[in-house]
Ligand binder design. Structure first.
Ligand code: CMX
Length: 133
């Protein structure tokens, strides 16, 4: 599996409007825009940093996974997104190694990217997303 770069670091928030000042006003990052990924019950907002991005997550539903995460752990780092060269090949390789996956086949995330999550049990508690542009 070839990891190209850290694509994004995702932060679960209580609300993008409440939180975006931290990234734009305090740190001076540029707000690139927001996008709702309805299938995952989440709105995403991006702040580019070099070749990577900070991705803020806001749940669109009180029962959604991001709302549940914030309820349980509070706002904070939610997942790391790694860009890979070939996501299907990466997933096949991980499956072959016996790594527990949340997504065995990619789904579509923000920006139309192909994405897939590894199970946090396989990675000692860190949620890892693979993505391919
Ligand atoms: N960090 C660590 N552990 C996490 C976690 C996180 N961020 N999110 C979930 N988990 C744990 C859960 O607590 C659960 O553990 P147990 O089995 O011990 O209870 C386990 O992982 C499975 O979680 P789940 O929510 O029950 O499983 P689902 O298959 O329903 O969903 C996931 C998994 C990761 C897809 C979902 O929790 C989630 O976070 N969805 C939002 C995805 C997202 O951020 N999308 C944004 C757009 C993507 C993009 O383009 O970047």
């Amino acid at each position: 599996m070839k990891i190209v770069k850290i694509d994004h670091l995702a932060i679960a928030t209580t609300g993008i409007d409440d939180t975006k000042g931290v990234w734009s006003d305090i740190l001076g990052l540029e707000f690139e825009g927001a996008e709702t990924v309805e299938e995952q019950k989440v709105t995403t907002a991006f702040f580019p940093v070099g070749e990577s991005e900070i991705e803020l997550l806001e749940s669109t539903d009180p029962e959604g996974p991001v709302a549940k995460f914030v309820e349980k752990k509070g706002p904070g780092i939610h997942h790391i997104g790694f860009q890979v060269e070939n996501i299907e090949a990466a997933l096949a390789e991980l499956k072959e190694k016996g790594v527990k996956l949340i997504d065995e086949t990619p789904r579509i995330g923000a920006g139309g990217k192909k994405i897939a999550f590894l199970h946090p049990k396989a990675t000692k508690g860190v949620l890892i997303e693979l993505c391919e542009k």
